[in-house]
Design a protein around this ligand. Structure first.
Ligand SMILES: *[C@@H]1O[C@H](CO)[C@@H](O)[C@H](O)[C@H]1NC(C)=O
Ligand SMILES: *[C@@H]1O[C@H](CO)[C@@H](O)[C@H](O)[C@H]1NC(C)=O
Ligand SMILES: *[C@@H]1O[C@H](CO)[C@@H](O)[C@H](O)[C@H]1NC(C)=O
Ligand SMILES: *[C@@H]1O[C@H](CO)[C@@H](O)[C@H](O)[C@H]1NC(C)=O
Ligand SMILES: *[C@@H]1O[C@H](CO)[C@@H](O)[C@H](O)[C@H]1NC(C)=O
Ligand SMILES: *[C@@H]1O[C@H](CO)[C@@H](O)[C@H](O)[C@H]1NC(C)=O
Ligand SMILES: *[C@@H]1O[C@H](CO)[C@@H](O)[C@H](O)[C@H]1NC(C)=O
Length: 541
């Protein structure tokens, strides 16, 4: 049985069941994909991009990529960040080395070993902690000008607090990594917290359910600004707060919630408390940065969220309203507070007194607390009005709407990728970007994650479907830029194979494949070769 990632499952396949391909092209070899000036051949024959598949749904984008009209790197705005990303909890390893304290994820995986593929590799991962110098060379070879990474709070402050002591070895590690990146022409784009935080804070204080964590988060961030802010110019406070809250504290997928009512009666409270504290931590730290550091250090601070467009399930007005409601319940939940200072009105109505309130002072602090937003985009869904949610792991119960993979007529959004096991819908990215521009007065945006797995592929190096996926989303990004959206960067997820929670390493997300049978050798996939070619060919002459 396929074991899928607790986190990715939601982004990618939660309700995907049907398969309707919109590009109904017969099966055969598709020849070679040559880009103008490109020297590398990409064999896109069906035998390589997916056994048993009878279509090549990417044909049209590949044809476009092959043409001279495909937007090249130079056509993006000046200073555009073209990067790739990872996170500490997914690649670093050295969990018990260099004075690091435990993080909540060390505990979750340890307690639930049987449910996590590759659990035995969790503490060492791909040993980025030891091999960071080599890894920076791999990044350099790609031709990226930026790298999205995150810092492990437990490596800097092993018990989460300043009183517990600063781990100098951990501080040195990130100094070395950041210096190594800069020395090689790569700007670090740094996440302060990407899913993981010190276990001691959870065990002693209840973690992010306790608002006292805001102070600890601020202390930790301040230390980062003081230590690395002379060199780091892009900070993100929290990654996918809304997604973490829903998955871990509404669906309790990682058994973190103790909110009994939530699973039985679907009257959930912790999920809102958690997100509230995430937002307060974000705003407090953002204020600290913008008032005390920004003028001197000249950087910027924002947050990253998951994203997707909700498309009405049918033309029934109830479904049309449901689609907007899901937009508000996912993205408005985070973005309305950071742009306008408060939660969306519809959430207040439907969640009632379970939704915590911000004080006047907090509202002022929240409003305008982000210099940019980071968007992690994978796919989109239909939204159907549903006052009585009975599905397990559906959507926010209070939203009275569920996401669906296909609409009332059985159509899906975009097409289903057989190799990455995902609905590919680049228009959803374009539409989401336009939505953000219109709703929040055209903020600065980075695509902080975009990519596709290679789960269902016999040779993970032959990931041509990923080339097509990335090309389609680069086109959507460029089209949005042409239409006035202020996008300033694109980070392909992921640089290296990442530990994807319950799916372990089975997704092969990396531009560099990790050979666990050959001393964790990093091997560039065909997408890595293509990305390098795309990023460097115009710079050669
Ligand atoms: C790309 O261009 C080459 C050379 O012009 C052509 O032979 C090939 O069929 C094209 N591939 C696709 C997928 O259109
Ligand atoms: C961290 O260590 C300090 C000093 O030993 C102690 O006072 C504090 O309670 C600890 N905090 C946590 C969250 O364990
Ligand atoms: C919340 O944190 C405070 C201060 O660190 C602590 O005194 C309190 O017991 C914590 N509350 C819970 C419910 O853990
Ligand atoms: C943890 O979650 C799994 C799957 O949802 C469930 O089978 C298990 O009983 C849960 N364990 C606890 C302690 O709640
Ligand atoms: C919701 O659905 C469940 C299961 O189908 C049913 O037992 C329950 O009566 C429904 N509740 C309402 C309010 O319709
Ligand atoms: C490029 O993206 C735009 C916006 O999503 C879309 O309308 C257009 O069809 C795309 N072009 C191709 C060749 O996919
Ligand atoms: C690694 O080696 C084991 C044992 O020889 C084998 O079962 C497995 O398929 C290999 N994995 C890969 C990715 O080559």
């Amino acid at each position: 049985m396929e074991i899928l990632s607790a986190l990715r499952i939601y982004k990618t396949i939660i309700t995907i069941l049907s398969l309707v391909l919109i590009f109904n092209i017969p099966s055969q070899a598709y020849g070679y994909l040559f880009h103008r000036h490109m020297t590398t051949k990409y064999d896109l024959s069906i035998s390589q991009i997916g056994e048993g598949n009878t279509y090549n749904p990417y044909a049209s984008i590949l044809k476009f990529l092959n043409s001279s009209k495909f937007p090249n790197r130079e056509s993006f705005p000046h200073g555009f960040l073209f990067g790739t990303g990872s996170s500490a909890v997914q690649i670093e390893g050295g969990s018990h080395e260099g004075g690091r304290g435990l993080g909540i994820w060390d505990d979750i995986v340890e307690q639930n070993k049987g449910r996590y593929l590759d659990a035995d590799k969790f503490s060492s991962k791909i040993e980025h902690y030891k091999r960071y110098k080599e890894d920076v060379q791999h990044l350099k070879k790609l031709g990226v000008n930026s790298y999205r990474m995150s810092i492990s709070w437990s490596r800097i402050l092993p018990n989460g607090t300043l009183e517990g002591g600063i781990n100098q070895e951990g501080v040195n590690f990130y100094n070395n990594l950041i210096n190594e990146l800069l020395k090689n022409g790569i700007e670090p784009f740094v996440g302060i917290m990407h899913f993981d935080y010190p276990l001691a804070l959870k065990e002693k204080h209840g973690g992010f359910l306790n608002r006292s964590i805001v102070k600890y988060y601020k202390d930790y961030s301040k230390l980062l600004f003081k230590t690395y802010g002379d060199r780091v110019k892009h900070w993100t406070t929290i990654n996918e707060a809304e997604f973490t809250a829903i998955v871990q504290y509404m669906f309790n997928i990682d058994n973190l919630s103790t909110d009994q009512a939530c699973t039985s009666t679907k009257i959930c409270t912790q999920v809102y408390t958690l997100l509230h504290n995430f937002l307060l931590a974000h705003a407090t730290t953002s204020k600290l940065y913008t008032t005390k550091f920004q003028a001197i250090q000249g950087g910027e601070i924002g947050l990253a969220l998951s994203s997707g467009r909700y498309v009405p399930y049918s033309s029934n007005p109830e479904d049309v309203v449901a689609a907007q409601r899901l937009m508000d319940f996912y993205w408005g939940w985070v973005l309305d507070p950071v742009f306008h200072g408060d939660y969306p009105k519809i959430m207040k109505e439907l969640v009632g007194n379970r939704l915590p309130e911000f004080t006047k002072k907090e509202k002022r602090m929240l409003k305008g607390s982000t210099n940019f937003i980071g968007i992690n985009y994978y796919t989109s869904h239909f939204a159907r009005h549903e006052p009585n949610i009975t599905k397990i792991m559906a959507d926010n119960y209070d939203a009275l709407a569920v996401s669906e993979a296909s609409d009332a007529e059985g159509k899906i959004l975009g097409f289903k990728d057989q190799y990455g096991w995902n609905n590919v819908y680049p228009e959803g990215l374009y539409n989401f970007l336009i939505y953000i521009k219109e709703k929040y007065k055209n903020p600065k945006v980075y695509i902080t994650e975009n990519g596709i797995a290679s789960s269902k592929i016999s040779n993970p190096l032959k990931d041509e479907h990923r080339i097509a996926y990335v090309a389609a989303h680069l086109n959507a990004t460029k089209t949005a830029i042409n239409d006035g959206v202020n996008v300033q960067g694109y980070f392909l997820w992921a640089a290296f194979d990442t530990f994807e929670f319950q799916a372990g390493y089975s997704g092969n997300w990396g531009l560099y494949h990790i050979d666990f049978n050959d001393s964790l050798k990093r091997i560039p996939t065909n997408t890595a070769k293509w990305y390098k070619e795309y990023l460097t060919r115009d710079l050669r002459h």
